[in-house]
Design a protein around this ligand. Structure first.
Ligand SMILES: C[S@@+](CC[C@H](N)C(=O)[O-])C[C@H]1O[C@@H](n2cnc3c(N)ncnc32)[C@H](O)[C@@H]1O
Ligand SMILES: *[C@@H]1O[C@H](CO)[C@@H](O)[C@H](O)[C@H]1NC(C)=O
Ligand SMILES: *[C@@H]1O[C@H](CO)[C@@H](O)[C@H](O)[C@H]1NC(C)=O
Length: 296
């Protein structure tokens, strides 16, 4: 299973060779118990991933970063992403007052966009994240527990700010590389830390001119951590030398693909902080680009 921005720790099953009937029976037993252990491990891994995202999105500053030193400016990343969108969005005739948060994970940015828009859609590939979003929408909170060290955990509650009208947000499971045809157009589209997770990032980028309304705002953030476990080499957006030996960066590819239909408004570096355990944390700096859809 994937960690937030780390490497995958896959559980490897080692097939046991059967050389006699007795050993074959033992092997069957072993494979069976390895499989059920693996299943347990997966459930554990996905619960762990869900709680890492819940604290990343909804953790209070003293829950996420309990030291009096450390990168405080890296907290509340999903909220800052929504704020960046809203800073550049100008309500005007012809620009739909709707938001779309693609790769929404557990939905913090989606809810933050609902402070302004009466309709915001959060879309994610992971059904368990979409289920968590629906529970947050329904209940306003989710109880979860975070790992402190090893088996030691702390119980926490993720809460959507009471001043947000949660019924304005809705969540769907879907694939960013093959977005539903009937989404319509949006005044704001956010894709935070999504592009380097996609199997076909170009299929995603090509669709954007369609779903961002003319005059609307698109925000893409990415730490440009191109990894072959998510994207096959031939589909990569950047992080390689082309056939002429020229370096291709993710930002260059964004400008090339989005340039014809979007104006680049601003780009900036946005730090974020991920708590894995009480003592192991990741500090990453995403590159954020803000685009305005041109009038056709
Ligand atoms: C690194 S997380 C970022 C989540 C969130 N936007 C944030 O900034 O915290 C990437 C998210 O994209 C989702 N994702 C990965 N591939 C996807 C795809 N093909 N379509 C939609 N979502 C996808 C993952 O499930 C995960 O929630
Ligand atoms: C919340 O939003 C829904 C959908 O837009 C609306 O019908 C409802 O009146 C709003 N509730 C409040 C308290 O503003
Ligand atoms: C969440 O946990 C609190 C205790 O911290 C408990 O009172 C509450 O009933 C729990 N809520 C749900 C929905 O499980």
């Amino acid at each position: 299973m994937a960690t937030l921005f780390g490497f995958d720790h896959r559980v490897v099953a080692i097939p046991t060779l059967a050389v006699s009937v007795g050993i074959a029976a033992y092997t069957t037993y072993r494979l069976y118990s390895e499989r059920s252990q693996r299943k347990k491990q997966n459930v554990y891994e996905s619960t762990k991933l869900l709680s890492e995202y819940l604290i990343f999105h909804y953790g209070l500053p003293n829950e996420v970063l309990k030291y009096d030193f450390g990168p405080k400016s890296a907290l509340d990343f999903p909220k800052r992403c929504a704020e960046l969108c809203l800073k550049h969005y100008k309500p005007q005739a012809g620009v739909p007052a709707r938001g779309l948060d693609i790769g929404c994970a557990v939905g913090r940015s989606t809810f933050e966009l609902a402070r302004i828009f009466d309709e915001v859609i959060g879309l994610d590939y992971s059904q368990s994240f979409v289920d968590a979003c629906d529970e947050l929408k329904r209940e306003g909170l989710i109880n979860y527990s975070i790992v402190d060290e090893g088996e030691l955990t702390t119980d926490l509650t993720a809460r959507v700010d009471k001043s947000i009208n949660r019924s304005r947000a809705s969540f769907i499971q879907g694939d960013a590389c093959c977005l539903p045809a009937d989404l319509g157009q949006f005044g704001v589209v956010l894709a935070a830390n999504l592009i380097c997770r996609l199997h076909h990032p170009f299929d995603f980028l090509w669709r954007l001119a369609d779903i961002v309304a003319p005059g609307g705002i698109l925000v893409i953030t990415s730490p440009y951590t191109w990894l072959s476990e998510y994207t096959e080499k031939k589909n990569m957006m950047g992080g390689y030398y082309d056939k002429d030996g020229q370096a291709v960066t993710g930002f260059m590819t964004l400008m090339k693909v989005l340039g014809p239909c979007f104006d680049l408004v601003v780009d900036e570096n946005m730090p974020f902080f991920i708590r894995e355990t009480a003592h192991k944390n990741q500090w990453t700096v995403a590159h954020a680009t803000v685009w305005k859809r041109k009038n056709p």
